[in-house]
Design a protein around this ligand. Structure first.
Ligand code: BTN
Length: 269
């Protein structure tokens, strides 16, 4: 398995690879590696995670032989720490492009960074910054992709409806070939982080664009509005019935399909 991984990644700019049959979390290993001096574009890949983590301290299940679970380590070019929130959308853009090029699937990015097929999530992204006091040592971009149908958690464990790539495309997907495509797309887009072209691509691939969505905020408040786009700093733009605009900051919020004003039905997730 490791040999296939190394062969597939020979065609990328990855600097060093750490592969584990089983590990707690590839993000945790990446943060440990940064503390000991990881090079830019090192990668941690695991077949199984025993303590995989998602956003909002959720659990992310990675069963052996079913998924892609990896973390890219970025340790250079942090002239603009304000752009850190854009690394998760960068991962989303890369995954979207890779599944299109390799599998012909039209995925959509659920703002800010999950990736969906037919409104079902198959990819989650967890970005974490590594600080040493006030010095930013690096950023880790952890990406989990449901490849085979067996990777999809039980419905009771899903906090958003989930699917897998193979369920969507109907044929076997070579995981490391997919990983190679994601890394190459990530590297191609990395210098564009926050550029007009980057923001345009992100907006162009947004899920639920033109639809009513509900943004759940931490203190049990939620905002409902029609999703109309992203502003130049990555905030989601919602418009209500009276044409009033609300800008949602990338942060601790959950986006859900909202009451279907146009269709009359409610499809809250
Ligand atoms: C989410 O949807 O909330 C984000 C999920 C991120 C999962 C990936 S799998 C690889 C990396 N290691 C982790 O522990 N988490 C990320």
């Amino acid at each position: 398995m490791e040999k296939n991984l190394r062969q597939a990644l020979a065609d990328t700019r990855v600097s060093e690879i750490r592969y584990f049959e089983s590990i707690d979390s590839t993000n945790d290993e990446a943060l440990r590696w940064i503390a000991n001096g990881a090079p830019d574009l090192a990668i941690v890949v695991a077949d199984e995670q025993t303590k995989g983590r998602g956003r909002f301290d959720r659990r992310w299940v990675t069963r052996p032989d079913t998924s892609l679970a990896f973390t890219l380590i970025l340790t250079s070019a942090f002239a603009e720490p304000l752009k850190i929130p854009l690394y998760a959308p960068l991962g989303g853009i890369a995954v979207q492009e890779a599944v299109k090029n390799l599998l012909g699937l039209d995925a959509r990015i659920k703002w800010p960074n999950d990736v969906l097929l037919n409104n079902n999530k198959f990819c989650g992204i967890l970005v974490e910054a590594a600080w040493h006091g006030t010095d930013l040592q690096g950023v880790v971009v952890g990406i989990g992709i449901n490849v085979s149908a067996e990777s999809v958690p039980d419905p009771v464990q899903q906090n958003f409806p989930a699917t897998s790539l193979e369920s969507a495309c109907g044929f076997p997907v070579e995981r490391f070939e997919l990983l190679k495509n994601v890394i190459n797309a990530f590297n191609a887009w990395r210098p564009e982080l926050g550029s007009a072209r980057f923001m345009h691509r992100w907006e162009e691939k947004l899920a639920f664009i033109g639809e009513w969505v509900r943004i759940e905020q931490s203190e049990k408040t939620s905002i409902i509005g029609k999703e109309v786009g992203i502003d130049p700093s990555g905030r989601l733009i919602l418009v209500d019935d009276d044409g009033r605009k609300t800008l949602i900051e990338i942060g601790d919020v959950h986006l859900r399909p909202g009451p279907g004003r146009d269709t009359g039905g409610s499809h809250a997730g």
